[in-house]
Design a protein around this ligand. Structure first.
Ligand SMILES: Cc1cc2nc3c(=O)[nH]c(=O)nc-3n(C[C@H](O)[C@H](O)[C@H](O)COP(=O)(O)OP(=O)(O)OC[C@H]3O[C@@H](n4cnc5c(N)ncnc54)[C@H](O)[C@@H]3O)c2cc1C
Length: 453
């Protein structure tokens, strides 16, 4: 049996922040438990090439098993750094209104210093126009005031994941233990207190337990610990310790895309570009407004992408979706895939918004600035109407939040309701979704929560 002051379960974007910040106090022992591997500090050169390569998503290795392997929206990384180790490196913050509604202590003004800190730690920088491919430049020009170059956490061609950003400088601390390849099963609780956790077949005792296993993994650990909806616990024969809506309220941005053949001109221009530059998959986004969006805000994104071999695509996403899904268990064993139902388009308003975004995307493609680059539409094929395509192919943007939401599962200081020393501090606590990709917001949540734990 080992004992620590703090156990952090899950070593992804938030977990790396928490382990780093909480171990700043030399007298506090902190153990970070991660199901996936840890390849050590960046400088030791042991990280796999696909995980380091900022040009593309790294989805061919280090992923969790899914209950439906066809459902790409469930993709998530199993490695120190979590999804920050395989993501698209886009670093964005939402407008103040996205945070002001989270509850006391979470207004944009209060969160801004932590968003700033996260940007600095991730070594974020704005892309210059000459760093993005001809495909992206065409969208930037066609989008006018709504097009913008992304800020990225890529250092040279290296995806600067949260493990490099937050752990490399502190790995030598004697009070910090990183337990990789260790699957957390459940939290040990007694009368409103957490006493530790079962992980990798070991009993780890602790004065404080913090869950940072993502919007999928954190509710799963709580459910296995007997904290959740009574019917979900009952289905798996788990005795109820506390009844809370754990796993309910899953939110992700939703959208769909198009794939085209590149024209000869685009192939030539992209090859020329690639001789001097890194061909980043993403680099530009375009804001849009659905009919129901207030004029001063935006609620749609168009995201053009280019991949090796110059496969070109673009997708439109609804960034303020109304539909909600849920995360549950398929079995009580910690290794079993989770039951993840995003509930996409359950609310008709989302289908309307994505359809509007998709129509705007096809209009952009018809503009003089873009049309010389696109050949035949490979998927879905121009004959298919926008509404049908949206209904048939809607998918997530890989930004799940909300399954342990502030106000429903945790209080405004991220403490699980009814527990003195059990916290959740990752993307799952966001009670509503910012209208941007959520990596930076997650880092800021963990930065902020680490001061309360
Ligand atoms: C393909 C993809 C592309 C993305 N692109 C972008 C982007 O460009 N910009 C952006 O802002 N956001 C992006 N995101 C989203 C962003 O990466 C996430 O919002 C962020 O990583 C969430 O942080 P987290 O700490 O909540 O979860 P994660 O980073 O997923 O970390 C959770 C960690 O917990 C571990 N874990 C889970 N269960 C257990 C368990 N039982 N025991 C032990 N460990 C466990 C996991 O292995 C993982 O390491 C992308 C996500 C994906 C999947």
């Amino acid at each position: 049996m080992e004992r620590f002051d703090v156990l952090v379960l899950g070593g992804g974007a938030a977990g790396c922040v928490l382990a780093s910040r909480l171990s700043e106090e030399p007298d506090r022992t902190v153990c970070l438990v991660e199901a996936g591997p840890d390849y050590g500090p960046y400088d030791e050169g042991r990280w796999p090439a696909d995980i380091l390569d900022a040009r593309q998503l790294a989805l061919d290795s280090h992923c969790w098993a899914r209950d439906d392997e066809q459902d790409r929206s469930q993709l998530r990384a199993r490695i120190l750094g979590g999804c920050s180790a395989h993501n698209a490196c886009a670093v964005l913050r939402g407008p103040p209104v996205d945070y002001d509604r989270w509850g006391a202590g979470w207004s944009y003004d209060e969160l801004a210093p932590y968003l700033d800190r996260g940007e600095r730690m991730l070594r974020t920088r704005p892309l210059e126009e000459d760093e993005v491919s001809p495909w992206h430049r065409a969208f930037l020009a066609a989008g006018g005031d709504d097009g913008f170059l992304l800020h990225v956490n890529a250092v040279g061609g290296v995806r600067w994941n949260a493990a490099f950003a937050y752990l490399d400088l502190v790995r030598g601390r004697p009070n910090l233990t990183i337990l990789a390849d260790t699957l957390a099963d459940r939290v040990l609780t007694e009368e409103g207190r957490a006493g530790g956790a079962l992980a990798g077949g070991r009993e780890l005792l602790a004065d404080t337990v913090v869950l940072a296993a993502s919007s999928y993994g954190s509710p799963a650990i709580l459910l296995r610990s007997g904290i959740g909806p009574r019917d979900e616990l009952g289905r798996h024969g788990i005795s109820a310790v506390a009844e809370l809506p754990v796993g309910e309220g899953l939110i992700d941005h939703v959208g769909t895309g198009v794939v085209w053949e590149p024209t000869e001109r685009l192939q030539r221009e992209a090859a020329e570009f690639e001789r001097e530059h890194l061909l980043l998959m993403g680099g530009v986004m375009l804001r849009g407004r659905s009919r129901s969006c207030p004029p001063e805000l935006f609620d749609l994104f168009v995201f053009p992408a280019i991949e090796p071999g110059y496969e070109i695509s673009a997708a439109a996403f609804a960034m303020q979706p109304h539909s909600r899904g849920r995360v549950g268990l398929t079995a009580r064993e910690p290794g079993a895939p989770l039951s993840i139902d995003h509930g996409f388009l359950g609310d008709e308003r989302d289908a309307d918004a994505v359809t509007e975004g998709f129509e705007a995307l096809r209009e952009l493609i018809g503009s003089d600035l873009v049309k010389g680059l696109v050949g035949r539409e490979l998927r879905p094929g121009a004959a298919i109407g926008a509404a049908d395509h949206v209904r048939g192919t809607a998918r997530g943007f890989f930004h799940p939040v909300g399954t342990c939401a502030i106000g429903a599962v945790v209080d405004e200081r991220c403490r699980v309701l009814g527990f003195e020393n059990l916290y959740v501090a990752d993307a799952s606590v966001m009670p509503s979704i910012p209208r941007v990709p959520v990596h930076l917001s997650t880092i800021a949540v963990a930065e902020r929560a680490s001061e309360w734990i």
